[in-house]
Design a protein around this ligand. Structure first.
Ligand code: UGA
Length: 449
């Protein structure tokens, strides 16, 4: 991108969404001033050091700094004062009731409202409850400042890719006012994608409905996987067959130990609370959440069975602690939830994760962190694969078999080749893969003609 757009954007919050937004918008030609309250973070970013683990982010930060289009400042006021558009990317964690906690958002808005230049547009990019744009607008209380909802749909580990190659851009303004909506949509004009302009409540709900649909889809798949075990069917084949239907699609059909991370659990609870407050019973969503808890219990039951029915004092090896592969994020990780359940039954846990090199106090307390997968397996009655790090496929399974005390390998991600594991004398169990060592999981037969 050569010339600058002439638009100055303030991004408030240099976390995973904020930093990705700031770096990508500067790469699209806008002048971006990104603010954070953490002096150390600001200093690191000014030196060109990425403070989040995302492929491509470091290069964009370095390029942005070099071009002069990307700056980092301490505090929201310093960024907001000269901005045409102020994008709020502050955390909205889950509060005690399951509803989103808007304290950080409200405090930033209160801090900057009198500093905002005339005609400025304030954008909510954080995932916020339906009605928050109207609430922010009331807090700002200025007729010359519009508030627009522009939710992000970034996956951790693919944030830069998803920002620059979006499936859609959603922009919601009060009463569908096209003027501020167009100004926000123009930030993305170099991206080849659909832009949906709507009212702010609909935009806010699109974000929640998308994440909650994905969570529900996974709970559905995990339940079908359980059914496969009763019916002697293969979830690999069932989801492959479902995925050919364009109305269903192939993505997001992998069974697992339950869904987790910083978004899906928080957003499902928040939408449930929103529905309750609106007087609506979102029973399907509640079932999706309950099914997710049950999925963790099913994994624990498999491990307990493999250990002979009692986990007290039994050593169990764990492969993978993060909520998914390609991240070092342990927030709401199903691996750790399962570890906590196993530890509560008295199991002694040794876990290896390629991105976790030391214990994280208060987070990984149930697990002794092992330096390699082989160390995690040493003396264990069972080895449980919980995160789908591709490198686990390439482990020396003969060496693992030598290290393990018991024979059970429980693959909650269906990542491993059952035959490779079984050949070493180990007993393989996946999720929804009964009899998986009898024949290749998916047999494709080409049709003649
Ligand atoms: C999710 C959404 O996918 C993003 O679109 C959204 O922007 C983001 O939340 C957010 O709200 O910020 P992310 O939390 O990075 O992104 O994680 P996903 O890749 O969606 O995975 C969520 C969970 O589902 C993980 O525990 C993952 O292991 C699990 N999963 C995913 C499966 O078990 N099977 C699948 O087929 C896919």
């Amino acid at each position: 991108m050569g010339a600058t757009s002439g638009v100055t954007v303030a991004v408030i919050g240099a976390g995973y969404v904020g930093l990705t937004t700031a770096a990508c918008l500067s790469s699209l030609g806008h002048h971006v001033v990104c603010a954070d309250v953490d002096q150390e973070k600001v200093d690191a970013l000014r030196r060109g050091e990425a403070t989040i683990r995302e492929p491509g982010i470091c290069e964009l930060v370095v390029d942005g700094l070099a071009s002069g289009r990307l700056e980092f400042v301490l505090g929201a006021s310093a960024a907001a004062a000269g901005a045409d558009i102020v994008i709020l990317c502050v955390p909205t964690p889950m509060g005690a009731t399951g509803a989103a906690d808007l304290t950080a958002l409200e405090s930033v808005v209160t801090e900057v409202r009198d500093l905002l230049p005339h005609g400025c547009v304030v954008v909510n990019k954080s995932t916020v409850p339906v009605g928050t744009a109207a609430h922010v607008s009331a807090l700002i209380d200025r007729a010359d400042v519009a508030v627009v909802s522009n939710p992000e749909f970034l996956r951790e580990g693919f944030a830069v890719h998803d920002f620059l190659n979006p499936d859609r851009i959603v922009v919601g303004s009060a009463d569908r006012d096209p003027v501020p909506a167009r100004r926000v949509a123009a930030l993305y004009e170099h991206l080849d994608t659909a832009v949906l302009v709507t009212d702010s409540s609909s935009a806010e709900l699109i974000k929640y409905a998308s994440n909650c649909y994905l969570a529900t889809r996974l709970s559905f798949v995990n339940t079908v996987a359980e059914l496969c075990e009763y019916l002697d069917a293969s979830i690999d084949d069932v989801t492959a067959g479902m995925g050919y239907d364009d109305r269903i699609g192939k993505a997001f059909l992998r069974p697992g130990p339950g869904w987790g991370g910083s978004c899906l659990p928080k957003d499902t609870f928040a939408l449930l609370r929103t529905a309750e407050s609106a007087g609506s019973d979102f029973a399907l969503l509640r079932a999706a959440i309950d099914t997710n808890v049950k999925q963790q219990e099913l994994v624990v039951a498999k491990v307990r069975k493999a250990a002979g029915g009692d986990l007290a004092g039994v050593r169990i090896g764990l492969l993978g602690l993060t909520f998914k592969a390609g991240t070092d994020d342990l927030r709401d990780s199903p691996s750790l939830a399962i570890a906590a359940r196993l530890a509560a039954e008295g199991a002694e846990l040794s876990g290896y994760d390629p991105s976790v090199h030391a214990p994280v106090p208060g987070v990984t307390d149930d697990v002794r962190i092992a330096g390699t997968a082989y160390h995690a397996a040493k003396g264990a009655a069972a080895l449980v694969l919980l995160t789908e790090w591709p490198e686990f496929r390439d482990l020396d399974w003969g060496r693992i078999a030598d290290r393990l005390h018991g024979r059970a390998v429980i693959d909650t991600r269906n990542l491993l080749d059952p035959l490779t594991v079984a050949r070493t004398g180990l007993s393989y169990q996946g999720i929804g893969r009964p009899g998986s060592t009898r024949a290749p999981a998916v047999a494709m037969v080409a049709q003649a003609g």
